[in-house]
Ligand binder design. Structure first.
Ligand code: DLZ
Ligand code: SF4
Length: 509
């Protein structure tokens, strides 16, 4: 009974649940379709990565002797959606008797897939995505009845469940979390190790030409694409990280440095989230490096926490809380996203650096995303919808299951504290402590109301003042509000006036 096995652009894993059912008579469908390529204005590198990785994945399956229907972008007139692609494949291959797909990563597309049950005259089987360690029923059981869904407790359960960095029931080293050791600033003399980059082969060169032709106005330059596009290269990139960067990843994971977009970050979320890397394999490599004495515990634990803790937790929350989660806007943030999020031309050095690496690489690291572009959006009250669409579009590792909780919940506090126990709001002082940006900035980080004052400073106080009704009772903000209320009325008025002026002139910052 031949089946149609549909594989999506972020499901490029040989171990994918639907491919585990593959029989020689089955047909595998991969399709480059307009709707997926344009539901947000994806960065050019994100489209190149996925189309090229899809073509490489298809070529490997074909070499193994499997039958494929691969639809190239624009090759079939009027074929726009995944549904169109499935109908096209079924019309060409009338012997197929069922459709099999692994559950997808976005609510939007999941609704489309659910509609196949009614639209197609064949049974449709949607399989659980066991590339994640915690399946969705297990996450729901964990969440059930809890007043607060804190990542730390979920993470401990995942450590016990996987046995990673565990000595029987005890966490390695006696503590679950070594984050307190992971906030060092970048030393002047230290040179970061560059992540591995991969020159485009013929397949990628074809895709680059396609993206230049059809997505010319999207963010980024197609010519400087340098990511891995197959599992073998992605694994090599990750092993390079483990050997050369992981030893210092922990210490400096929150640091930022002028002209250094990657520092000791792995950038492997780009590969992991489209299926080129396997989360269990990555964690085992990190654990082995720790056991062999090659990396310190704070680095190994910090990295493994991102994968089996944070990543699995945001995915669980996304599916638990959608579709309502996407509508949340607790702080009523509606201001239009300023143009510099797209072109990077701003005198604020920190924003310019974060947006520039986004434009150049479809990447910026987690502190740039949270404490620079995210923090600015939070302080300025930028539209939750526009900000979340921006993150989903511009990062090569972004799919809604991971992007929405991180942006709407963590960075913008729009869920009112489901995900974070306080808003990650910070003035310029934090950015100055964790980077050398302020030394290279037209604004003065020590000033708040003067003409050259750092915009983050007045906006920070204005954020607290204008959201007082929602935030003042938060125990983690008591000190911040006490400091605000200690100020004289004249000071407060001057700061709020400066913030109002800054918000009017956002485009000129
Ligand atoms: C992001 C993306 C893009 C740009 N293009 C395609 C595509 O043409 N075909 C495809 O199967 N998938 C693509 N994707 C990834 C999907 O949007 C992704 O599977 C969903 O967002 C669910 O995570
Ligand atoms: Fe950013 Fe302010 Fe520092 Fe300039 S002074 S880099 S705007 S924090």
């Amino acid at each position: 009974m031949p089946k149609l096995i549909v594989v999506l652009g972020d499901q490029l894993s040989p171990a994918l649940a639907s491919l585990q059912q593959l029989q020689p008579e089955d047909l595998i469908l991969l399709a480059e379709v307009t709707s997926e390529a344009s539901y947000v204005r994806h960065h050019k590198h994100k489209i190149i990565l996925l189309f090229s990785a899809m073509r490489h994945f298809a070529a490997t399956l074909q070499q193994l002797g499997y039958q494929l229907c691969y639809i190239r972008y624009g090759s079939v007139p009027h074929l726009n959606t995944m549904t169109d692609a499935v109908q096209f494949a079924l019309a060409q291959h009338t012997d197929l008797t069922s459709v099999v797909i692994t559950e997808c990563g976005e609510y939007r597309l999941q609704q489309e897939i659910l509609s196949w049950q009614h639209q197609l005259s064949l049974p449709v089987h949607i399989l659980s995505d066991d590339r994640f360690i915690c399946d969705l029923p297990r996450f729901s059981r964990w969440a059930k009845g809890k007043k607060q869904l804190r990542m730390e407790y979920f993470y401990r359960e995942m450590r016990r469940y996987t046995g990673l960095l565990m000595q029987a029931e005890t966490p390695e080293g006696g503590k679950w979390n070594y984050d307190a050791d992971n906030r060092k600033t970048w030393p002047d003399k230290l040179q970061p190790t560059a992540p591995l980059s991969f020159p485009p082969d013929d397949i990628t060169a074809d895709v680059i030409a396609l993206v230049q032709q059809h997505f010319a106005d999207n963010m980024g330059r197609a010519e400087n694409f340098h990511y891995a596009v197959c599992g073998k290269d992605a694994r090599q990139a990750f092993l390079h990280f483990v050997q050369h960067q992981l030893p210092q990843f922990g210490d400096y994971q929150d640091a930022m440095r002028l002209g250094q977009p990657f520092l000791q970050h792995s950038i492997c979320s780009i590969y992991l989230n489209c299926g080129l890397l396997d989360v269990r394999w990555m964690c085992n490599k990190v654990q082995q490096a720790y056991q062999q004495g090659l990396v310190p515990l704070n680095a190994a634990e910090g990295f493994i926490r991102q994968l089996i803790g944070w990543r699995e937790y945001v995915r669980g929350l996304y599916w638990l809380l959608m579709p309502n989660y996407k509508q949340r806007n607790t702080l009523e943030a509606t201001r239009a996203l300023p143009g510099f999020y797209w072109h990077g031309q701003t005198k604020m050095r920190c924003m310019q650096q974060a947006v520039q690496s986004t434009i150049e690489h479809a990447y910026s690291h987690h502190i740039q995303r949270l404490m620079i572009t995210g923090n600015f959006a939070l302080l300025a009250g930028l539209s939750v919808e526009q900000v979340t669409d921006w993150y989903l579009a511009v990062y090569a590792d972004a799919y809604e299951w991971v992007e929405l909780p991180n942006t709407l919940g963590m960075a913008l506090f729009a869920d009112g504290g489901v995900l974070a126990s306080k808003p990650y709001a910070a003035s310029g002082a934090y950015i100055n402590r964790m980077s050398n940006y302020c030394k290279h900035c037209a604004y003065n980080v020590k000033r708040t109301t003067e003409a050259d004052a750092c915009p983050f400073n007045a906006l920070y106080w204005d954020f607290l003042q204008r959201n007082q009704a929602v935030l003042a009772q938060n125990p983690r903000l008591t000190l911040a509000y006490t400091n605000w209320h200690k100020r004289s009325d004249t000071d407060k008025a001057a700061i709020l006036a400066k913030a109002a002026d800054t918000l009017i002139k956002l485009e000129q910052l």
